[in-house]
Design a binder for this molecule. Structure first.
Ligand SMILES: Nc1ncnc2c1ncn2[C@@H]1O[C@H](COP(=O)(O)OP(=O)(O)O)[C@@H](O)[C@H]1O
Ligand SMILES: [Mg+2]
Length: 266
């Protein structure tokens, strides 16, 4: 497990052409997470979710502020990633995709097999990614991420390319795996429903890269879509999300005109 501390993180991207303004992707992101927590960062497209994840993983650096990630016992944290697309190496079998990311001592079937079993890939060890469905490929990606025994697992919209039924199954499975493996997870999604089902805390980001709400989710696991308490909380948080979106729409003259909304230039 890991401790993540984000301190007033701001990220600006230079304009792509001369007549465009600087893009402020993140604006003062400030929060901490640690232990066996599952935190979702939810927000509309373009609100800076992936940028934040890239800063956590060190791919990007913040313009101002800082993100520190340390292992629970101190020292550098090991990170695991699951992306929107599984990013498997097509010329390697399922097993070899996992073995590939291991340090020398763990480069053997016996080491990776439990992780394949964990995601229900037993019997598929010697298949190539091209022969697997999208859902199964994503399972390989998840097994690979868990197989490095990460202190912090970063997931960027991992189920958004899957069909609804497969995605639902994967969410159920992820809850089960997370309960068994005790990881700190930062999960990115644009889907409030998904966030409520998976997370013990939800951070809602608004466009411009600011935290709009930070909500503790007190429901027990496993959370079933059919549980009325889950459905009620989903609809409450969806309301918060929609309020945020309609506020943005009423501030943006282009969106307001399209939606027939009122002008705020009173
Ligand atoms: N490398 C980049 N160069 C310029 N602008 C970028 C870059 N990466 C992201 N952005 C901009 O930053 C904002 C946030 O992007 P992103 O983090 O990808 O959002 P999200 O993942 O929430 O959809 C967007 O306006 C996007 O166009
Ligand atoms: Mg993104």
């Amino acid at each position: 497990m890991a401790v993540l501390k984000a301190h007033k993180v701001t990220k600006e991207f230079p304009p792509t052409t001369k007549d465009q303004p600087v893009v402020r992707a993140l604006d003062g992101i400030d929060f901490e997470m640690s232990g066996q927590s599952f935190v979702s960062m939810v927000g509309p497209s373009g609100c800076g979710k992936s940028t934040f994840l890239n800063i956590v993983s060190g791919v990007e650096t913040p313009t101002t502020g800082s993100v520190d990630v340390t292992a629970d016992g101190g020292g550098a944290a090991r990170l695991g990633y699951v992306f929107q697309d599984p990013r498997l190496l097509p010329w390697l079998t399922v097993t070899d995709n996992l073995i590939y990311v291991q340090p020398k001592a763990n480069k053997k079937l016996e080491y990776v097999q439990p992780y394949l079993d964990l995601v229900g890939l037993t019997g598929f060890e010697h298949m190539y990614p091209a022969h697997l469905s999208g859902g199964m490929q994503q399972r390989v990606g998840i097994a690979r991420a868990f197989s490095v025994e990460p202190d912090l697992l970063l997931m960027d919209e991992p189920f958004s390319h899957l069909d609804a039924i497969t995605a639902r199954g994967m969410r159920a499975e992820l809850q089960r795996i997370w309960a068994r493996t005790k990881r700190t997870v930062l999960f990115i999604t644009h889907d409030v429903i998904e966030a409520v089902q998976l997370s013990d805390r939800i951070i809602i980001l608004e466009v411009g890269g600011r935290i709009y709400a930070d909500i503790e989710v007190g429901l027990s696991y496993p959370r079933l879509q059919t549980d009325p308490a889950v459905a009620t909380l989903q609809s409450e948080i969806l309301q918060v999300f929609e309020e945020m979106e309609s506020r943005r729409a009423s501030k943006d003259p282009r969106i307001a005109a399209k939606a027939g909304g009122e002008s705020t230039t009173a």
